[in-house]
Design a protein around this ligand. Structure first.
Ligand code: ZN
Length: 283
């Protein structure tokens, strides 16, 4: 069984993944060289969430560098300068919303790529790398909805979700391996070893890692709305975006419990509640 860890964060299913094999993680942990533990639990000042962070931003940024270079080499980038300019201008205005809230340090360099494929997706990779597919720009009806997409990606950066997700995966998998070692040392358990190991993997995936990333998605959605509001976009359009995403993906989605992302209809509901509670609008 090859367990994979994803450290990108996307708005929807199917974004490119940065993969590390379980073997690489375990040998890295054993050697104590690949993952020096920079810090353990910290409170994120923007979200108030307590986070397990075993990696510094620089470490995961360099892990993502090759994936980003490969991605840009293998996926066509749009030649449509009007589309590129639209994405860049909405990105900059939304980013300024996050900067004005003090969540992002101003003056950083960002690499924004617009890929010329039908994918209805966008993603952010560690190291200030943002990918937007033509497909999602075509789904959006206006710049406010595009800002909702880009605000969401900014929310992943501010929430430090990539580092947290990777940290939780590493700790969970180390626990699973410890369990499997215990199995091999017990004659009684050995008979059931393979089944227990497989169940442990599935439980880990469905019980820890997936709900964790769903929490990140909802957190990023809400931060995105904050940035839209500060940037002067119409926050109500974030709800409309998720209604469009829901209609677009009907029949293609795995059930929510098997997915890293919450159901689009649920995201629209959560945003409606949040926007009302913040007093941004009455919806
Ligand atoms: Zn996301």
């Amino acid at each position: 069984m090859t367990q994979r860890i994803d450290i990108d964060s996307s708005i929807f299913e199917g974004a490119p993944r940065i993969n590390m094999s379980r073997r690489a993680i375990i040998s890295g942990l054993a050697a104590g060289t690949v993952f020096p533990f920079v810090s353990s639990c910290t409170t994120n000042p923007a979200t108030g969430s307590s986070q397990l962070l075993l990696f510094g931003d620089d470490q995961i940024a360099s892990m993502a560098a090759t994936a980003w270079t490969d991605m840009k080499a293998q996926t066509p980038v749009t030649a449509n300068s009007r589309l590129k300019n639209r994405v860049l201008s909405v990105w900059e205005r939304t980013l300024h919303g996050a900067e004005n809230q003090g969540h992002i340090t101003a003056g950083q360099n960002w690499d924004v790529a617009v890929f010329d494929t039908d994918d209805v997706n966008a993603f952010v990779m560690p190291g200030n790398r943002v990918g937007v597919y033509r497909g999602i720009t075509e789904l959006t009806e206006n710049d406010d909805q595009l800002s909702s997409v880009l605000g969401h990606e900014t929310g992943h950066v501010v929430g430090r979700h990539a580092a947290e997700r990777m940290s939780v995966s590493v700790v969970s998998q180390a626990a699973l391996v410890a369990g499997q070692i215990a199995i091999t040392q017990s004659e009684e358990l050995k008979k059931y070893g393979t089944a227990i190991g497989a169940l442990g993997g599935a439980a880990l995936q469905f019980g820890v890692i997936l709900p964790y990333s769903r929490r990140h998605e909802l957190e990023a959605d809400k931060l995105g709305v904050d940035y839209m509001h500060t940037a002067g976009y119409d926050v109500k359009q974030s709800i409309r975006l998720w209604e469009l995403m829901d209609a677009n993906s009907k029949g293609q989605r795995p059930p929510e419990f098997m997915s890293t992302h919450p159901d689009p209809a649920r995201r629209a509901d959560e945003l409606r509640t949040y926007i009302n509670a913040k007093g941004y609008a009455i919806v």
